[in-house]
Design a protein around this ligand. Structure first.
Ligand SMILES: [Zn+2]
Length: 336
């Protein structure tokens, strides 16, 4: 089903939403942090969605344990390293890993720019060991407000040469994109790419705003864009990519019936749309599982699956030269 001639790519994957339960357990023990249960086995349901009917709140609570054990910069570096190892083990050829340094720094009041540096170090070390290509996307966590996001942006821009883009994530409903126009003007001035979580908890107007006012080149989720014909046309004509995450949309309650996921509409209308994981450790899935879902539940043909893989390569924030190199590398390794 997955075309082995094409690279397997994950463009929407949260590094701080993909902390191994075992690592959370070990770090908690190491730092004397009290956990609600007495064994790793009992702990799993606290950090991983067990049933498909969890709502958004339950989903977000499960993310919180991961960052609650990050007491030192070495911990941040460790989870960054392990994220690359996990991507490698999942058969991924290229990923854009995103992280919110403020969210990671919060519990133990770490310096934001230092957290960014620790993540960059962990990722770069692991890339050499596993011989895989990874780029980093910095996240502004809108839920903590305008001022905190500015601090987060300052910490990220201090290391902008090691980042490929900036994203806006968190509570889209109560912290709309209008509040962050100035932040993304700075991102554009810094020469970084822009992707925005939109159309997940708020409607098409939130996606229009992300494109028009925040200069979004890609939209995370974009689920509710199907409600606006003009928006779908605009996104197709202007090559605005949609990063779809099937299991995530189901687990957060955004989509009740996966077989009716608008990914079908997006693909049929020629939008640049691809499959991604979101928070694999919390969701208990990996990227190949999402392709399996597209085939089994959405009943996509092999041609449609191939199109999703091609879209991921085209939508990536790699240069044209890098895209070509990644594509060639895959073909060469298949022929061997
Ligand atoms: Zn996300």
């Amino acid at each position: 089903m997955i075309d082995a001639q094409l690279p397997l790519i994950d463009l929407h994957r949260h590094l701080d939403g993909n902390i191994r339960p075992k690592t959370i357990w070990q770090l908690a023990n190491q730092h004397g942090i009290t956990l609600p249960v007495n064994s790793l086995e009992q702990f799993i349901p606290h950090v991983q969605i067990q049933h498909s009917e969890a709502d958004l709140l339950a989903f977000l609570q499960k993310l919180d344990w991961g960052v609650a054990v990050l007491k030192t910069l070495d911990d941040c570096k460790r989870i960054a390293y392990e994220n690359v190892e996990d991507a490698f083990n999942a058969g991924i050829d290229y990923a854009e890993l995103r992280f919110s340094p403020y969210y990671m720094s919060m519990k133990f009041n770490l310096n934001i720019a230092d957290v960014v540096e620790a993540v960059i170090e962990g990722v770069s070390q692991a890339c050499k060991v596993f011989n895989i290509k990874i780029n980093l996307i910095g996240i502004l966590s809108r839920t903590f407000g305008v001022k905190q996001c500015q601090k987060e942006l300052d910490g990220l821009l201090a290391h902008k040469d090691h980042l490929i883009a900036i994203d806006l994530a968190g509570d889209e409903y109560n912290f709309p994109g209008e509040m962050f126009v100035d932040h993304f003007k700075q991102v554009k001035d810094a020469g970084l790419n822009i992707t925005i979580h939109a159309g997940e908890a708020a409607g098409p107007e939130s996606i229009w705003q992300a494109i028009n006012d925040l200069n979004a080149q890609r939209i995370g989720h974009g689920v509710l864009s199907y409600k606006d014909e003009r928006l779908l046309d605009y996104m197709q004509e202007n090559n605005i990519g949609v990063e779809s995450c099937l299991t995530s949309n189901y687990q957060t309650g955004t989509i009740k019936d996966l077989s009716k996921h608008p990914l079908k509409i997006f693909l049929a209308r020629g939008l640049s749309v691809c499959l991604n994981t979101d928070d694999p450790a919390v969701q208990g899935i990996e990227l190949k599982h999402e392709y399996q879902l597209a085939s089994d539940v959405l009943e996509f043909s092999d041609t449609q699956i191939t199109q999703l893989q091609k879209n991921a390569l085209n939508m990536s924030f790699l240069s044209e030269k890098e895209k070509q190199a990644l594509s060639n590398l895959k073909k060469v390794s298949i022929e061997k």
